[in-house]
Design a protein around this ligand. Structure first.
Ligand code: COA
Length: 158
């Protein structure tokens, strides 16, 4: 059974992430969304909150599970017996970071492949940080995040 890991901080999940996830769910028999507990960022939401927000939006994708991980991504992937890591490339600006990360992960674990998919171009400028900034100053984020995430952002910045 082909199994891929979709890792990220997901602070919070956006429609852009969900677009990548739905493409991964069509390509693989099993997809695990891996929420990084601490990826060198200071998340607004706890790992449990981030998982809960994702879970509420993947119910219709029957082959997707959501969990957290800490430490090296490749070690988590091997423990999960995954075949691949899937990442989204929103624009050319993502490429260098993603290229380096994929090569480092390959160096650490040569058996694991990294695959890239392009989310719909309407999400090319979406990021969790930008969405948080808009929400913080009272802007409307409904085009970028699902309703439960918009509510959580409103509460976080109330
Ligand atoms: N739609 C919307 N936004 C997207 C997106 C998409 N399709 N794809 C990426 N982004 C945004 C994210 O929202 C995030 O925005 P932010 O920086 O404002 O929070 C940004 O792009 C990068 O996010 P993401 O691609 O999810 O990466 P990340 O930095 O959150 O996660 C890890 C990176 C967790 C995968 C990586 O740090 C890791 O593997 N850490 C574990 C430790 C390890 O193994 N390190 C060695 C790696 S070589």
């Amino acid at each position: 059974m082909r199994h891929c890991i979709y890792p990220g901080t997901f602070d919070p999940i956006t429609y852009g992430h969900l677009d990548v996830l739905s493409r991964a769910a069509r390509l693989f028999e099993r997809v695990t969304v891996a929420v990084a507990v601490s990826a060198g960022k200071e998340p607004l939401f706890t790992a449990a909150q981030r998982v809960e927000m994702i879970l509420a939006n993947v119910a219709e994708l029957g082959n997707v599970t959501v969990t957290t991980f800490d430490g090296l991504l490749v070690e988590f992937c091997m423990a999960q017996r995954a075949d691949a890591i899937i990442r989204g490339l929103r624009a050319l600006t993502d490429f260098e970071f993603e290229f380096n990360m994929a090569l480092m992960n390959r160096h650490l674990e040569p058996k694991l492949e990294t695959l890239f998919v392009m989310p719909n171009e309407q999400f090319s400028y979406t990021s969790s940080t930008l969405v948080k900034q808009v929400a913080k100053y009272g802007g409307n984020v409904e085009n970028f995040v699902p309703a439960n995430v918009a509510v959580a952002l409103k509460q976080a910045y109330a």
